[in-house]
Structure formats: C-alpha cells, structure tokens
Design a protein around this ligand. Structure first.
Ligand SMILES: Nc1ncnc2c1ncn2[C@@H]1O[C@H](COP(=O)(O)OP(=O)(O)OP(=O)(O)O)[C@@H](O)[C@H]1O
Ligand SMILES: [Mg+2]
Length: 305
C-alpha cells in the first residue's frame, strides 16, 4: 500500500482561533480513513484542506504526491466531495444539477449524459431525474450529493458526515455504495459522529477533539486498548457505590460513575456479571464494548458547545 495523503503539523487558524492544531496523519491508498470527533473538533476544516478549498495555515499536507493548496486545480479534479451541508442548486432539477457540475469538470456533454444516467441508477434516483431539489427528501438529496461527487470518477472521495439526519434505510444504502466504491479501489476519507458508521466503514481512524488528534488506530484495536472487551452498566443512585465496590472486590474492573449509571469496563466481564446476578441487582446491562465507549472516554461525556 502507498500513502496517498500525508499531513505533518497540519494547522488551520481563523484569526486567533486554532481550529486544527498541528496534526499528523497518513492515509493509505484504497483504505477508508475516518475522522471522528464531536461538534467543532475540526473534522470539516481538515477535510476542506485535503480538498484544496481551504488554505493551510502551517505544516505540510501532501495529496497524491503534490502539496494541497487552493490553487491546485489538478488535485481538486481527482477528488470527489460529499459535503456536510447540502449544496445543491434549488432552482435546477436533479439532472440539471449533475449536468452543471459535469461542466465544471469539462466532461463532454455526451459522456456526461451517459455518466449521469449510470450514477442516478447507482444512487437509486432514476425516477427522480426531473424533480426539483425542494421536492426531494433529505435522504434523496444526500444520495444526489453522492452521485455528484462521483461525476469526475475520483480516486479519493471525501464524505463529510454523509448520513447525518438520514433514516436507517437511506443510511445503509449510502454505506453500501461507499463500500462498493472502496472495493473498486477508491480511497475513502470519512468524517462522522456516528460510531456505528465508523465501525462499519473505517479501516483506520483518528479521534479528534478541539483541533487535536487524541488517538489513532483501527476500530477493534482502539476498543480493546481503551476499553477492553465488556461493559457492564448498572443504573442505580450513587449512594451505594462504595458498598457495592467493596463487595465486588477485585472483580470490580475499571469503573466510572456518570449521572444515574455506574459503568464497569472490563477485559473480561463474565466474573463481574455473575457476581452481579448473584446480588440480584435490577437495571443491569452487560454488553460488548463499542467505539462509542472509546469516543466518550476520550472526548468526555459532557456536552460540547
Ligand atoms: N470560517 C470559519 N471562521 C471561523 N471559525 C470557523 C470557521 N469554520 C470553522 N470554524 C471553527 O472551527 C472549529 C472547527 O470547526 P469544524 O467545522 O471543522 O468542526 P467539525 O469537527 O466539522 O464539527 P461538526 O461535527 O459540527 O461538523 C469550530 O470551533 C468552528 O466554529
Ligand atoms: Mg463538520
């Protein structure tokens, strides 16, 4: 595998505010690489620099062998973007939106027509070809953005929260299409706040928070190193924590009290679970550790405004 995107000390400032704070990462050709993080973490800012629409303040950023920069038109042509905001022309139809975009890429009209027909099929929008944008559901708009991102047959696709606000059907369709593209050798760069999405799609990912990368790894490895295998949740008021922990003794693995819940993070939670069953505590849940546990541990459980 070869490196297709490489960042060293990548920094973005808006005035005095540092949105991306000296991050390092490498993306391999053909993989799906994820940027995870809460609101305001700097995900969109980072991918906009990769897509050469936002200038780099400091550090280096190389994409497919050349330095990313707002004047790098050649790079823009190699990349497809599914933006976080729905940026479709509401005065035009589905078909016209794609046709106008094909012109940006200087795709000859005949080729563009064939390509649009193929892409509308790919995102299951053939029957909506002549609909105006405001007649589409959010899911349809997102699928149209996927089709638009593919017009120039990009080798790199940046999907910035591609499924936010979608129902499960629409979300799964987009996941399938993204996986299909990856199988064809396309490099996928994904930002998301959905841990299931990251677990479904990403080979490797970084967790970002306040412009910095907190952790990097593959989803399974991160879960194992940060949390373990099992999580046990007990919903009970905090006044009996000490007594319970004393009774559990060494079975009480790493634990945390958050609001009405006492969490245990264990390498192996079976012993703890059996002891809790014997204690006959109500409102107890035993489940596998997930990426969401990692995310909450790393980025904190409080609201980020
Ligand atoms: N054009 C801008 N001018 C000033 N500040 C900005 C600008 N764009 C983004 N920011 C700030 O930079 C920080 C990172 O924003 P960014 O959009 O990259 O976050 P994000 O991780 O994509 O968040 P979200 O999950 O909400 O999309 C935020 O604090 C945001 O307010
Ligand atoms: Mg964003």
């Amino acid at each position: 595998m070869s490196t297709i995107v490489s960042a060293r000390g990548l920094t973005k400032k808006y005035g005095d505010f540092t949105a991306v704070d000296g991050i390092d990462f490498e993306i391999q050709e053909g993989e799906c690489f994820g940027f995870l993080g809460p609101n305001g973490a700097g995900k969109t800012t980072t991918v906009r620099m990769i897509h050469c629409v936002s200038p780099v303040t400091a550090g280096t950023l190389t994409v497919d062998g050349s330095a990313a920069g707002v004047d790098n038109r050649a790079l823009k042509k190699k990349t497809g973007v599914i933006p976080q905001e729905i940026t479709l022309d509401i005065d035009l139809t589905v078909y016209e939106n794609l046709l106008v975009f094909a012109r940006f890429f200087d795709i000859p009209k005949r080729e563009a027509k064939a390509r649009i027909a193929e892409l509308l099929k790919f995102v299951e929008l053939e029957t909506r070809r002549d609909s105006k944008i405001d007649q589409l559901s959010t899911g349809m708009k997102r699928r149209l953005l996927v089709a638009r991102a593919l017009l120039n047959k990009p080798r790199i696709i940046i999907a910035d929260e591609p499924t936010t606000g979608l129902d499960p059907q629409a979300r799964h369709l987009i996941w399938q299409r993204l996986r299909q593209l990856k199988a064809q050798g396309v490099t996928l760069i994904l930002t998301t706040q959905y841990m299931e999405e990251a677990q479904q799609l990403c080979d490797r990912l970084v967790v970002m928070h306040q412009g910095k990368i907190l952790k990097a790894g593959d989803p399974r490895g991160l879960i194992e190193s940060e949390i373990g295998k099992d999580v046990v949740e007990i919903r009970m008021p905090p006044d009996r924590d000490e007594e319970l922990l004393a009774r559990l003794g060494p079975l009480a693995c790493g634990h945390e009290r958050v609001g009405d819940t006492l969490y245990f993070y264990c390498r192996d939670g079976i012993g703890l679970w059996k002891a809790l069953v014997d204690l006959d505590l109500p409102n107890t849940v035993h489940r596998p550790a997930t990426l969401e546990d990692v995310f909450l541990k790393l980025t904190g459980r409080s609201l980020i405004e």
